[in-house]
Design a binder for this molecule. Structure first.
Ligand SMILES: Cc1ncc(COP(=O)(O)O)c(C=O)c1O
Length: 377
């Protein structure tokens, strides 16, 4: 069994005798590539001869403008973002986007369509109701959010300003593996699966993501928005909640989250060096398949999610006897497998397998699961 302390191809390794890197399955904030942390460490006190940390730099300085522009260019390259889309580096988390989307995209319409696939969709719907009439075009709530409702059954409005989906429900572990054709502009919360697989950005009017899973540290929110949708914010919209204001100012209308932006840039460089989004998607497929196969092969572990809609990023699973959950988690911690406790609303376990979680982490988890079943099953 490989352990987190061992040198591994995917970069998880300990530094010296006092540091111990664990395999971190956190749903977010989540594991960052160790190469990125090492680079940040090396550049912490003196960023490339500037004599200061990126944290201490003016966002108007040449050094920081270079960092910001490089990060945006790399992000655009990684996701193949077309030129008619703005990429914004904002604050406020994905939760602020639950409000900014209706505030900016409703225009003179009064209704928006939402598909409800879980906790995060539910929150987005609740917030949108402050601004407009929400048509819940489909909901999996009656089935405990264990699948994506079949698009053939969605009841879409004729006059919706947009259709909102959550591409990956971080808590329930339900993911869209295809995106349906929709008459209204498609908006997606991709907080927990952005950059984990290729997506055709041109299919979307707007994509948003809190950074703290696949992009970088918390404090940064990335928005990709088609430029023709800018400039229609509802009257009274605070300027900091108006996409057009941020787009106009290259996301520097006020002081941006500079250090988080810099770290996101390092993550983008790392991802390019790993072969880009297609290469990481192949690795993510392998990682998730190993874990789901182990769950399927056992009578002890179970996944509550319909096969077709299982998330490659967040894998909830239950033990045959919930009374063993605590023992399972304690044993996992001892082996350096951390943050496996399921969300309080779902229970059981959840392993988040974001880009920076190495394949060796999944191998170690599967080994542990098999040993645990052998002992307790
Ligand atoms: C899918 C999804 N949407 C929205 C959010 C809320 O993000 P934030 O905490 O950045 O506001 C999260 C947070 O985990 C999430 O997973």
């Amino acid at each position: 069994m490989s352990s987190p302390g061992e040198e591994s191809r995917s970069g998880d390794r300990s530094h010296g005798s006092t540091e111990r890197r664990v395999f971190n399955f956190s749903a977010g904030p989540a594991a960052l590539p160790v190469e990125v942390l090492e680079r940040a460490r090396d550049e912490l006190l003196d960023y490339r001869g500037s004599g200061m940390s990126v944290m201490e730099m003016s966002h108007r300085s040449k050094e920081f403008i270079d960092i910001a522009e490089r990060a945006e260019a790399d992000f655009r390259e990684l996701l193949a973002v077309p030129d008619d889309y703005a990429v914004l580096f904002l604050q406020g988390g994905a939760t602020t986007q639950f409000a900014m989307v209706p505030m900016n995209l409703l225009g003179d319409r009064t209704r928006a369509d939402y598909v409800n696939t879980g906790s995060w969709s539910t929150k987005a719907i609740k917030e949108a109701k402050r601004f407009c009439e929400v048509n819940v075009a489909a909901s999996a709530e009656a089935d405990n959010f264990t699948h994506v409702p079949d698009p053939a059954t969605w009841s879409l409005s004729k006059d919706a300003a947009y259709l909102h989906v959550c591409s990956n429900e971080t808590i329930g572990g339900v993911q869209f593996h295809e995106f349906p054709e929709a008459p209204a502009p498609l908006v997606a919360d991709m907080s927990s699966d952005i950059l984990s697989r290729p997506v055709d950005v041109s299919r979307f009017a707007l994509i948003y993501a809190g950074a703290q899973k696949n992009i970088g540290p918390a404090g940064l929110t990335v928005v990709v928005v088609r430029k023709d949708l800018l400039g229609n914010a509802r009257p009274g919209t605070p300027s900091m909640l108006d996409y057009a204001v941020h787009a106009e100012a290259d996301s520097m209308s006020n002081t941006p989250p500079t250090y988080a932006w810099y770290l996101a840039g390092l993550v983008f460089e790392w991802l390019k060096a790993e072969g880009g989004v297609a290469a990481i998607a192949a690795r993510n497929q392998r990682k998730a398949a190993k874990l789901y196969d182990a769950i399927e092969a056992s009578n002890f572990y179970a996944s509550p999610v319909a096969r077709h809609d299982r998330s490659l990023m967040n894998v909830p699973f239950t033990l045959a006897d919930a009374a063993l959950d605590k023992t399972f988690l304690a044993g996992a911690e001892e082996r350096g497998l951390t943050n496996l406790k399921g969300h309080r609303s779902v229970g059981g376990m959840r392993a988040s397998l974001y880009n920076a979680v190495p394949e060796a982490a999944v191998d170690a988890l599967v080994d542990y699961m098999q040993a645990f079943e052998h002992e307790h099953g």
